[in-house]
Design a protein around this ligand. Structure first.
Ligand code: ADP
Ligand code: MG
Length: 344
């Protein structure tokens, strides 16, 4: 378990210091995968680097399995770090060492002998699918393979916690999903607690149990992943969700669309819906109750860990007063709706 308590970090000297983290409280439960999401510069890397003291917090506490790392002297901190593995966006492998030697590196520092090392490394090569690449140098590996080496190296000391700083941001979508799958497997098989940071909702959606949203060094929202994707509770959360769901209306629609409702009578509406208000019965009910013709112009449905999340763009045709009532009904239902424009 990781607990961050009132964590703050300033870079630079007093008068022109940058506040990268401001009184952050965050708990990562044992065995969970927790994602911290935010835009570039939000403080994500600072936060994760404070967990293993790569950055010293300016104030606050960092507890890993109940031990406050901010209070440890250098030897005690070195020992505590064996419990914390870390992987990075750009892998940070040693180019002059083979795959095997890269994974061996932390074990050498811990004073392992050759045999003990081999005993540790062989199953890690297997776990990460690198057994046949153990004598290769990083320059002969793909990005995904490099990240697998980094994961094996991070696991060599048998940590309880794995920190991932944008670990898939340099990878293509297919490689990203295979690395995320590996992380999920490690989480489940080894019971490893994972804290990852990302700017991508897709990563959060794929493997996280919980998510924390950070902005300007402050924690703005924490939630389980299902509720976060179906009903984020902050404006920033909704912006991330919209970005994730974004589908551009087809050009043929955009050409017809006017921002002014006075010359074109029929609204085009974007609706975000979830488990509680699955769209299709809703649309047919509205059509029936208010005698409208509703055409669905575009739709997207996502399954978020068993929760349904969807976005729909639809055109409402009918009597103006009836359309107004239908829109009022939608807003009563707490659905997120937006009029994109009008058509005739
Ligand atoms: N070593 C540093 N020295 C000075 N400012 C830094 C340093 N590292 C990060 N910052 C600043 O702290 C803020 C948060 O940065 P960072 O934690 O890297 O954010 P993120 O990982 O979310 O992009 C940014 O304003 C950044 O410019
Ligand atoms: Mg960063």
């Amino acid at each position: 378990m990781i607990q961050l308590e009132q964590l703050s970090k300033f870079y630079g000297s007093d008068h022109d210091a940058i506040c990268a983290l401001n009184n952050v409280d965050l708990t990562v439960p044992k065995g969970s995968i927790t994602g911290v999401i935010g835009v570039s510069g939000a403080g994500k890397s600072t936060l994760i680097r404070c967990v293993n003291m790569l950055e010293r917090p300016s104030s606050g506490r960092v507890l890993v399995d109940g031990q406050d790392l901010t209070q440890l002297d250098a030897p005690a901190l070195r020992k505590a770090r064996h419990d914390i593995g870390m992987i990075f966006q750009h892998f940070n492998l040693l180019d002059s060492r083979t795959v095997y030697q890269n994974i061996a590196f932390p074990l050498e520092l811990m004073g392992f002998d050759k045999n003990a090392m081999k005993e540790r490394i062989t199953p890690l090569l297997e776990l990460t699918g690198l057994s046949d690449k153990k004598d290769r140098y990083p320059s002969a590996l793909s990005g995904g393979q490099k990240q697998r080496v980094a994961i094996a190296r991070a696991l060599a000391s048998r940590p309880k916690v794995l920190l991932c700083d944008e670990a898939t941001s340099a990878l293509d979508p297919q490689t990203t999903s295979s690395i995320l799958e590996l992380l999920r497997e490690i989480n489940q098989e080894l019971g490893l607690t994972i804290l990852l940071i990302t700017h991508e909702m897709e990563v959060v959606k794929s493997i996280c149990d919980s998510v924390a949203l950070i902005s300007g060094g402050e924690l703005v929202e924490t939630s389980k992943v299902g509720p976060f994707f179906t009903a984020p509770s902050t404006k920033l959360g909704r912006e991330f969700l919209e970005e994730f769901l974004r589908i551009d209306p087809p050009k043929s629609l955009l050409d017809r669309l006017s921002s002014d409702g006075s010359d074109k009578p029929y609204p085009v509406i974007r609706i975000i819906f979830n488990d509680e208000n699955v769209a299709s019965p809703l649309i047919s009910q509205l059509a029936r109750s208010f005698e409208l013709d509703i055409s669905i112009l575009q739709a997207k449905i996502e399954d978020i860990q068993g929760h349904t999340l969807g976005l729909m763009i639809a055109e409402f045709r009918g009597n103006a007063a009836h359309i107004e009532k239908a829109l009022a009904r939608l807003s009563d239902m707490q659905l997120s709706t937006e009029v994109l424009g009008y058509v005739d």
